[in-house]
Design a protein around this ligand. Structure first.
Ligand code: PEP
Ligand code: MN
Length: 343
């Protein structure tokens, strides 16, 4: 059991936080429009609320009831907006009123294909380029990704099109090399509870897209986000990518309900990945639209110029033209919902 509290007060300052840390507790600052909150997290036995009340600037001490503390809406009332710098100039935002479209191939298969797809998905309305360099495959005999070589292709294609790049990290040993070449870490569904990996990306200062495990509850997903946040990395973007249910018609079942549920429970942005949920391109646009209608802060979609020749996940890849059509729908929907996609 953890003892965690919010310390609220208009004039709370950094030196108050040092006072808290001297008690052997972790302090996390959240500055809102009307008040400053310090989240105090520690073992219950060590936390004495009376002691906390005595700290300078503290007006109120409130217990945090949720097991996830820093991820909770109680800790941070406003939607978190994550700002991702682009390689050449400007940045893209996700959260609040900002929606993000991430697109690209499942795997970076070769240099020319990565460049070609980057140009196409950018023209179609994506602002972040995806591509796998280290692939989590069910079979050890399947293509495992081109590793560092692929990271270079992605970096160069990102630079050429002024798009931040996201790629999956599967192993703590790859965090440093992936950090060198790319802008956003993706934690895949299979690694959602790889706690050492979560700690490692938590120690970096690059955004992390945290996919929901295919058999994970929403609470477990948010606890995984907490692992990253607890290390001081506040830039976590959640991604619903489908869960296992009794239904076998599609690869997974996109849990659209998780989007509004997460929005109530947490301040973190949440996007949907309709590609892995469906596993079949004909259903991808409908699921993407459903996600945005439910309040998601964006989508991540797999695209390929020749899906029948794709080295992985071909059946679910959209042709860039189809993706462009989908983006038109999503722009119109976002407008109705008072939101906008990065351009
Ligand atoms: C992917 O994005 O290519 C991927 C493997 O996704 P997931 O972890 O959701 O299966
Ligand atoms: Mn894939």
């Amino acid at each position: 059991m953890h003892g965690s509290f919010h310390l609220c007060g208009k004039g709370l300052k950094l030196h108050d936080r040092r006072e808290i840390e001297s008690l052997g507790l972790q302090a996390h600052l959240s500055r809102g429009q009307f008040r400053t909150v310090i989240g105090v997290v520690g073992e219950e036995v060590k936390v004495d609320p009376e002691h906390l009340k005595a700290i300078t600037g503290v007006e109120q001490v409130l217990p945090i009831m949720k097991p996830y503390k820093l991820a909770s809406r109680e800790f941070h009332k406003d939607d978190s907006v994550i700002d991702i710098p682009c390689p050449k100039n400007g940045s893209v935002k996700v959260g609040g009123t900002h929606c993000l479209a991430i697109a690209g191939p499942c795997a970076a298969e070769e240099e020319a294909m990565v460049h070609q797809l980057a140009r196409e998905v950018k023209a179609a309305g994506a602002s972040v380029l995806r591509g796998g360099a280290y692939k989590p495959r069910t079979s050890p005999y399947s293509f495992q990704g081109h590793g560092e070589e692929a990271l270079k292709w992605l970096r160069d294609a990102g630079r050429e099109n002024n798009m931040p790049v996201i790629t999956e990290v599967m192993d703590t040993r790859h965090v440093a090399v992936i950090e060198r070449y790319t802008d956003i870490f993706q934690i895949g569904a299979r690694n959602m509870q790889n706690f050492n990996l979560l700690f490692e990306v938590g120690k970096t200062r690059k955004p992390v897209v945290l996919k929901r495990g295919m058999a994970a509850s929403i609470q477990e997903w948010l606890m995984s986000a907490e692992y990253v946040l607890s290390q001081g990395n506040r830039q976590v973007i959640l991604c619903e990518r489908g869960i296992k249910t009794f239904e076998t018609a599609l690869r997974y079942t996109l849990d659209v309900s998780s989007v509004p549920v997460v929005k109530v429970a947490s301040h973190l942005p949440v996007i949907v990945d309709p590609s892995h949920a469906a596993g079949d391109r004909q259903f991808v646009p409908a699921l993407a639209r459903a996600g945005i209608a439910a309040g998601a802060d964006g989508i991540m979609v797999e695209c390929h110029d020749c899906p029948s020749k794709a080295m992985c996940d071909g059946p679910q890849a959209l042709l860039p033209d189809t993706f462009a059509g989908l983006m038109k729908d999503l722009h119109a929907m976002a407008r109705v919902l008072g939101r906008q996609f990065n351009m």
